[in-house]
Ligand binder design. Structure first.
Ligand SMILES: C[C@](O)(CO)[C@H](O)COP(=O)(O)OP(=O)(O)OC[C@H]1O[C@@H](n2ccc(N)nc2=O)[C@H](O)[C@@H]1O
Ligand SMILES: Nc1ncnc2c1ncn2[C@@H]1O[C@H](COP(=O)(O)OP(=O)(O)OP(=O)(O)O)[C@@H](O)[C@H]1O
Length: 284
């Protein structure tokens, strides 16, 4: 038997850090949503008690470092499943991009294996398992739009943002999430985004307000380390995107665009700047 799951990319409409915690993680407040750019995960039962990962993408680990492998191992151990599984990851989300590609693959694996093996694990438990795999995984389990708190695992589902186009561009650099958090001085953040005002813009479907309230405190670190990300933001604004922000710890920058007529100008203008450019819709 085989099951398929879509693993969509996330973007952070806001990302605020409140303080650094004793456990080394940062207490965050983020508004997150999904976009229509997704990996496709195929899971097939194997008679032998093993986990095999394959992918068409040549640049991700296929062993226990892969988050989908870790998700499968966690479910097998926790629910004492003696069967094996073959997992194929058809990667469309750029890797180490700030789009939670690995986290979304892990979440899709949890959902898919729950179905494949008929385990009947409730959503609340899938969220708890997800939190053991990474801070972004619980949000990827539920999807939709949510305010995430704690280290990212405490979720408050909210309304969908006003529908628009999202142009994503990833410059050809790799950014380490732990390095960016590590270099952030939480006590010296210059400008905190307002989660409340972002939520108000979403609730009231106020697209212009949403664009002007976008904010991510990790930009302070990543944009200084990688000036090309700052240039990419400026370029996207010049090309006519209505609101522009870096997603997660970067380096992907996304632009919100309300009018379809403007999308191709932004998309084509960026193609000269970097190879990984996508024009997609919000997944509402
Ligand atoms: C940047 C975001 O992607 C925004 O959604 C997330 O905050 C990070 O999510 P993630 O990549 O799933 O994070 P994890 O795999 O749990 O942690 C990676 C590293 O990021 C740092 N980290 C992560 C989350 C958090 N709230 N505080 C942190 O300081 C820690 O150093 C950790 O070692
Ligand atoms: N299934 C997977 N897909 C992509 N990368 C994976 C996967 N499993 C493990 N990795 C590893 O995880 C690292 C981060 O990749 P990922 O694409 O998840 O980053 P990201 O989009 O920056 O995540 P986040 O936004 O959650 O910080 C990469 O170095 C990659 O080798």
């Amino acid at each position: 038997m085989k099951v398929f799951e879509k693993a969509p990319a996330k973007i952070n409409l806001s990302l605020d850090v409140l303080y650094k915690r004793e456990d080394g993680y940062h207490e965050v407040e983020m508004v997150m949503t999904m976009v229509d750019l997704a990996d496709r995960i195929e899971m097939q039962e194997l008679p032998r008690d093993t986990i095999i990962i394959s992918s068409q993408a040549g640049y991700i680990p296929l062993d226990e470092k892969n988050l989908a492998f870790q998700a499968a191992r966690l479910i097998k151990e926790r629910y004492d499943v003696k069967k094996g599984v073959y997992i194929h990851l058809d990667k469309k989300i750029p890797v180490a991009a700030g789009l939670a590609g690995g986290s979304s693959d892990a979440a899709a694996t949890l959902r898919g294996l729950n179905r494949l093996w008929g385990l009947g694990i409730p959503d609340s438990e899938l969220l708890r398992l997800g939190a053991e795999l990474g801070s972004d995984v619980p949000f990827c389990v539920t999807g939709g739009t949510a305010i995430a708190r704690g280290r990212g695992e405490k979720l408050e589902p909210i309304e969908a943002p006003p529908q628009c186009w999202v142009v994503l561009a990833k410059p050809p650099i790799n950014v380490s999430t732990s390095e960016i958090y590590g270099k952030l001085n939480a006590k010296a953040i210059k400008r905190h985004p307002s989660t409340e005002r972002i939520h108000e813009a979403i609730r009231g479907k106020k697209f212009d307000m949403l664009c002007s309230e976008l904010g991510n405190v990790l930009e302070e670190v990543t944009l200084d380390l990688y000036p090309e990300v700052r240039q990419l933001k400026e370029c996207m604004l010049k090309l006519g995107a209505d609101g522009v922000l870096m997603s997660g710890s970067g380096p992907t920058v996304f632009g919100l665009v309300s009018k379809e007529a403007k999308v191709s100008r932004v998309y084509n203008g960026l193609r000269g700047f970097c190879k990984d450019v996508f024009a997609v819709r919000l997944l509402t």
